[in-house]
Design a protein around this ligand. Sequence first.
Ligand SMILES: CC(C)(COP(=O)(O)OP(=O)(O)OC[C@H]1O[C@@H](n2cnc3c(N)ncnc32)[C@H](O)[C@@H]1OP(=O)(O)O)[C@@H](O)C(=O)NCCC(=O)NCCS
Length: 177
Amino acid sequence: MILRGKNVILRPVKMDDAPRFVKWFNDPEVYQFIKTRGINLKEERKWVKERISGKIKNDLFLCIDTIEGIHIGTIGLHRINPAHKFATFGITIGNKTFWNKGLGSEAARLIINYGFTKLKLHRIELDVYNNNPRAIKVYKRIGFKREGVKRQTRLQKGKFFDTYFMSILQNEWKGNK
Ligand SMILES: CC(C)(COP(=O)(O)OP(=O)(O)OC[C@H]1O[C@@H](n2cnc3c(N)ncnc32)[C@H](O)[C@@H]1OP(=O)(O)O)[C@@H](O)C(=O)NCCC(=O)NCCS
């Protein structure tokens, strides 16, 4: 499945992507904000192979490419729960030169719109560490609301950070404008 925006394209993962995942998930500037870290190429290839096999259900994992075709990150709606109509959102732009250019916001809007309009989800949730004001800004702008805090869950360079739980409901989604 492909989702096409003005500046980004979301497309399925392919084996060629694996080395970039390894690079990104071993970069401290990137992994300070996410759960995945320290993955090697062998593990990553196995993971990609599993994804390509189509055996993983209820999980929409896509790669973010620029409109010019540069692979810059990953995005997904994970653990899709068809019974209760919710999923967990995640995004990583691993190529740091593409941070702060509006591409994360655009990619997020594309997949969230797909979640609400095509998958007919009722709720999309996420968690984010409070050392990540950039991501929090993007999520608030899209319409995510903070619904909870787990205090001091993340130790980063000797300092503890909180985990914020955020969600958006289908009737709060203003469309992909
Ligand atoms: C978080 C992430 C997806 C955002 O995507 P992006 O393309 O960089 O973000 P955008 O350019 O769409 O928007 C970022 C906004 O945050 C602002 N921002 C950047 N740094 C900021 C900071 N330290 N404090 C507050 N706002 C900040 C930018 O100015 C921009 O706002 P603007 O559009 O009003 O100028 C991307 O940076 C990323 O993947 N980072 C690393 C991994 C990560 O954090 N993943 C999310 C885990 S929950």
